[in-house]
Design a protein around this ligand. Structure first.
Ligand code: BGC
Length: 763
């Protein structure tokens, strides 16, 4: 070397030394991150904070913003996954693969050129059903199974759980979300994150935040008070971050009070990182936000799925000084930390062969345990096999496992109820079964799913059975079961007419069957295979029993059969109120908001929607917080759900009559009925009045008992911390605990309070 050096100029020498050094730099561990960043070119930096783009087969060109042509040539590690990050091989940085979503691993079941293998994933129950379990251990078990499937399919980060608040029953993605209550939402999400991450796969809790509808979702300005934001919309995310430290958070599409969430430093840096000590990265929702500089400055590390225009804009902004390289580096440091955690970086092998059979068994159990028995007059259910069941409703023969859009999963099958009931030993009417099957096939052929990214197949009107057939069935069958179905998903909110409310053909079916069977002294059961709340008050009297099956995943029919037979005693409880009418919903006057005057769609991009605005005027009074406080009757209350047994509550005990340190509340629950079952013990708090107003009750704890045999008892313990007593004061811009008397309400639903006990806080 010595004899060459004198012939080289100093700049050339520096250049060689730099390259030589860079060649040795590799991402190895946390300590290597600063060196790796220092060795990156500006183009590499820009590529690392923008994903590799999105290809959707069958989508005409020009709809999605293009990614770099060279990226399109890199083969996907997992076909059909939702996104991937850029690799920088010379620095030892691999590309990560991320995919949806809340109900299982969304990937293509078939791969080009591979005829030897399918890549189906399990269709797990939707989030709303899981929340109805009120069972964090069960949700963690589901999370472990999803995480394991993701791991075996070579996925680094799952894009879920979804955890927006179900502000309004018409929210098109409510099925992907847990509840109208932030505490239940936060605990469910934390349980799911713990499960998935225990399998070595990351999560992305989404959509952060106040993204509670689909209407013009990419250009919607949500106008919301600080108090509602803190107490309702942020609270669940805060709990999930604290309890489970998700690897990533997904910022949402909407603006809040005029600022895109992905561009709001006060949210992503101030609240999420500084206040809550979040350690992971923030990624944008797909094509969310408009200004890459503001996004990176806000702490939105990764722009997904990434476009060529975004990385060009970042390079230009650094060159012009509009974006400091230090800010870019900080965002990259977070991404490299994520890379270090990933299974891809660790070269962990995968099988492409998860245990789908074991997961299906878990789905069946979890779904039936979480279904909610809304009504069960004179013990209409269970019905012992081999009972004769007259099975009505298209959905009985074509069950709905989950919603549409990115929350959907490509599963190998969905079990329908007719097959499952036969399998469980029941007798069905073969003529009725074949009539339904023929009708559904014809209707599907005549009205197929329309083209479009997020389209849903049209609802099939109920078969118009002639009264004689129904009368004949009422005579010789033991009981009638009618299933009603609903589906919705990303891209659209639901409608009141014909969706929230029953259609005329559905009302007619219920009436015809109910009249005939009741006349014959037989009972009728209605099964609701739905993803969001519907109207029940106008027709519930016609049914003896109503089973809310939600969208229970791929074992749908078998899970329902397990409840009908009593194999499983239902222990699900409502995670959302069923109101008497849509007009009672507190957000109804402000849903879905309105388009702004002169709002124009973004040319060439149908995904963008139009500039719009929604005002959260109901503020903190969401769901039962509204109905209970304002004494508005509901059809089925938050927390409600029947069992085939009953439970008695003993007198509760407090660790102290005055709150000076975390307070323990204990109560003993006894199975006072004749069947083994589980109770969900719910703790609501009634706080002293304050001038700003406060709901009359707020959920502050819940415990699901183990399975209790008749006569068996369990003592459950809750701990109340000062944070559970606090409200968010806009005046003080902080959480405040009001002095005075607090009342603890314990019971089996928000409206069925069995015991109370009081304590004092302060003077
Ligand atoms: C959805 C996200 C999803 C992403 C990737 C977006 O349209 O809002 O929930 O994770 O697409 O598929």
């Amino acid at each position: 070397m010595k004899h060459i050096l004198p012939s080289l100029s100093i700049p050339m020498l520096l250049c060689i030394t730099g390259t030589a050094m860079a060649q040795n730099v590799k991402l190895t561990d946390k300590q290597s991150i600063p060196r790796v960043i220092a060795a990156m070119t500006l183009d590499e930096k820009a590529s690392l904070v923008t994903g590799m783009g999105l290809k959707i087969e069958g989508l005409p060109p020009g709809i999605l913003p293009p990614s770099k042509p060279e990226d399109d040539k890199v083969p996907e590690a997992v076909p059909g996954a939702s996104g991937r990050t850029h690799a920088i091989p010379r620095l030892g940085i691999p590309s990560l693969t991320v995919t949806d979503g809340p109900a299982g691993v969304r990937i293509s079941p078939q791969r080009h050129g591979d005829t030897t293998h399918t890549y189906y994933a399990t269709g797990f129950p939707v989030a709303t059903l899981l929340a109805s379990s009120w069972d964090t251990a069960l949700v963690t078990q589901i999370g472990k199974a999803i995480g394991n499937e993701a791991f075996e399919y070579n996925i680094d980060v799952m894009l879920g759980p979804g955890m927006n608040i179900q502000r309004n029953p018409l929210g098109g993605r409510n099925f992907e979300y847990y509840s109208e209550d932030p505490l239940l939402t936060g605990h469910m999400a934390a349980a799911m994150v713990k499960g998935i991450q225990s399998a070595g796969v990351g999560t992305s809790i989404k959509h952060f935040v106040a993204n509670n509808q689909e209407f013009n979702r990419m250009q919607l300005n949500t106008i919301v008070s600080d108090r509602a934001l803190r107490e309702i919309y942020l609270r669940g995310f805060q709990l999930a971050v604290k309890l489970a430290q998700p690897w990533t958070v997904m910022s949402s599409y909407n603006k809040i009070n005029g600022v895109y969430t992905s561009e709001w430093p006060g949210l992503l840096t101030g609240i999420l990182r500084n206040e809550w000590k979040f350690k992971g990265i923030v990624m944008s929702d797909w094509f969310g936000g408009t200004d890459v500089v503001k996004q990176l400055q806000a702490g939105n590390n990764l722009l997904m799925p990434g476009t060529a225009a975004q990385s060009d804009a970042i390079v230009a902004a650094v060159k012009s000084g509009a974006l400091s390289e230090k800010v870019l580096d900080e965002n990259i440091a977070g991404i490299l930390q994520l890379v270090l955690q990933s299974r891809t970086f660790k070269h962990l092998p995968h099988s492409d062969n998860p245990d789908l059979t074991a997961h299906a068994a878990l789905v069946r159990k979890a779904a039936s345990e979480s279904m909610v028995l809304l009504k069960n007059d004179s013990n209409a259910l269970p019905v012992a096999a081999p009972g004769k069941i007259a099975l009505f409703g298209n959905t009985s023969y074509k069950m709905i496992a989950g919603g549409t859009g990115s929350g959907d999963v490509f599963k190998a099958y969905v079990t329908d109820m007719d097959k499952a009931l036969l399998q469980s030993g029941y007798v069905l009417d073969a003529g009725l079964q074949s009539e339904y099957e023929k009708y559904i096939t014809e209707q599907r052929q005549q009205h197929p799913r329309p083209p479009g990214l997020f389209s849903t197949a049209p609802r099939i009107p109920e078969l118009d059975l002639d009264p004689e057939t129904v009368g004949r069935l009422a005579k010789y069958m033991d009981i009638a079961v009618i299933t009603l179905g609903r589906n919705a998903g990303e891209g659209d909110d639901r409608k009141i007419t014909g969706d929230f409310e029953l259609n005329k053909d559905e009302q007619d079916l219920i009436k015809r069957v109910s009249d005939a069977f009741h006349q014959a002294g037989k009972k009728i059961v209605v099964v609701l295979n739905i993803g969001g709340v519907i109207e029940t008050a106008s027709w519930r009297d016609a049914a003896d029993a109503i089973l809310l099956a939600w969208q229970p995943g791929q074992e749908a029919g078998s899970s329902v059969a397990d409840i009908i037979s009593g194999n499983i005693n239902p222990s699900g409880r409502l995670a959302a109120t069923f109101p008497m009418a849509y007009t009672d919903v507190p957000s109804a006057p402000n849903f879905p908001g309105k388009e702004l005057p002169g709002a124009q769609a973004t040319p060439g991009n149908p995904l963008m929607g139009k500039p719009s605005e929604v005002k959260y005027e109901e503020d903190i009074y969401i769901g039962y917080r509204h109905y209970a406080t304002h004494h508005i009757p509901v059809s089925y209350s938050f927390g409600h759900g029947l069992s085939y047994t009953t439970f008695a509550y003993g007198k509760p005990a407090l660790s102290s009559p005055v709150f000076t340190a975390p307070l323990r509340v204990t109560v003993t629950v006894t199975n006072s009925g004749k069947k083994a079952g589980k109770e969900v013990v719910q703790l609501y708090l009634q706080s002293p009045a304050i001038k700003e107003g406060r709901p009359t009750q707020e959920l502050k704890g819940f415990v699901k008992t183990r399975i209790l045999q008749p006569g068996e008892k369990e003592t459950v313990t809750f701990t109340l911390n000062a944070a559970d007593l606090a409200y968010y004061s806009e005046e003080k811009k902080s959480w405040v605990v009001a002095p005075g008397a607090y009342k603890v309400l314990l019971g089996g639903s928000s409206a069925d309070i069995k015991q109370t006990v009081s304590f004092k806080y302060g003077k």
